[in-house]
Design a protein around this ligand. Structure first.
Ligand code: SAM
Length: 366
């Protein structure tokens, strides 16, 4: 568990530090296979502590890892707003916390002469060296190195092929939370999370719905479907969330006009901008999760058209965008093309004050 310090966030847009004091309340002991043949990786902190190392081995590794991190200087930051040594040093501690069965024991012995003390580990020492080299030399995202990301009050499994959920997206769950509090129909109804990735939004929303509320989540990526299913099972929500493989509304053909809510954080980066993103994102995160076409609007427009036919009259939608320009584009489009379909269309800012989300309702009279 990582306490007290903000976690790093991969920046698709200006970085926002996320909340830090997540707990990891759930075990992975009873997880059954996901509905794809792909087997998701177990996050480091959930792997069995079957390895061991002496405290002096760990101290040697830590010093080596710090030296490597320090050698980066301001290079990554200057290059593409990447991580600086301060952040990388924090990640070294987080990596150790995830790799050790009992991280507190290490702190107890720090600065003493107990170098022969044996610590139980979830990875071999050799793996720690490899993982940290990947982090620095290949700019592999820290979240892929440890196989998880802290998001709201959850710890979600992630791996290559699945977008690391971002802190700004958490606000969509807060918006839904506020909305369903006073509205039984929305709380007990059927929700959709389109392009679910790790399952973050689907799981966040399912956890705030009432006993009858359910979520269907879709994704075109088989890896995302496998990882989302794993996360759903880890939070024991398999009776509330159904994960479907397929493109946007295509797997939802039999449930048209039945949704009380529809949320999505679709790919919205303009194709040409991807190359200029932080290397952790551009080189390692799936293009399918990022690329929104020439102006980044391809998927947002598609979702907007589909929302009108998928939502029940009065149903709520929330779409995440790249920022103010895309928000305005989408709202203008809705007003021009499908004015009578929607009501209460609004632009909502994220925690950093950037216009980020377009929200609204399906009009009751269409
Ligand atoms: C920006 S990521 C968001 C992931 C997750 N909702 C989150 O917020 O962390 C976009 C997601 O849309 C998925 N996606 C891309 N094209 C899709 C399509 N045609 N149909 C369904 N999902 C798609 C990607 O695989 C990716 O998981």
């Amino acid at each position: 568990m990582r306490l007290g310090l903000a976690r790093p966030s991969l920046s698709i847009f200006p970085p926002i530090l996320s909340r830090a004091n997540s707990v990891r309340p759930i075990s992975c002991s009873s997880i059954s296979p996901p509905p794809t043949s792909l087997k998701p990786q177990t996050p480091l902190f959930l792997r069995p502590p079957i390895y061991s190392a002496t405290l002096s081995d760990l101290q040697k590794w830590q010093q080596w890892a710090k030296n490597l991190a320090s050698s980066v200087g301001s290079h990554f930051t200057d290059l593409d707003n990447g991580p600086d040594p301060t952040l990388l040093h924090r990640e070294i501690n987080w990596l150790l916390q995830d790799a050790l069965e009992n991280p507190k024991l290490r702190s107890t012995h720090l600065g003493t002469d107990d170098g022969d003390t044996v610590m139980k580990m979830r990875a071999e020492m050799e793996d720690l060296y490899t993982l940290w080299k990947q982090r620095i030399e290949e700019r592999r995202p820290f979240q892929y190195v440890v196989g998880c990301e802290h998001w709201r009050d959850m710890v979600l499994s992630v791996e290559e092929g699945v977008l690391v959920p971002r802190p700004e997206t958490e606000l969509i769950v807060d918006l839904v939370d506020d909305l369903v509090k006073g509205n039984g129909e929305l709380r007990e109804g059927l929700w959709a999370d389109l392009g679910t990735g790790s399952g973050a939004l689907a799981i966040g929303i399912a956890r705030i719905l009432g006993p009858w509320g359910r979520v269907i989540a879709t994704d075109l990526s088989p890896v995302a479907v496998a990882v989302a299913s794993y996360n759903v099972q880890r939070y024991n929500l398999q009776d509330k969330i159904e994960i479907k493989l397929g493109s946007w509304f295509e797997p939802l053909k039999n449930v048209e006009e039945q949704f009380v809510g529809l949320v999505s954080n679709p790919p919205y980066i303009p194709s040409d901008h991807i190359i200029g993103l932080q290397a952790e994102v551009a080189k390692h995160e799936p293009r399918l999760a990022l690329d929104g076409g020439a102006n980044g609007m391809d998927d947002l427009l598609h979702l907007c058209h589909g929302a009108a036919s998928m939502l029940k009259p009065g149903g709520f939608f929330a779409f995440e965008t790249n920022g103010e320009k895309q928000c305005k584009f989408l709202v203008d489009h809705m007003q021009k093309e499908s004015k009578s379909s929607f009501s209460g269309v609004d632009i909502v800012s994220d925690f950093a004050g950037n216009k980020r989300f377009v929200t609204g309702f399906r009009a009751k009279s269409t």
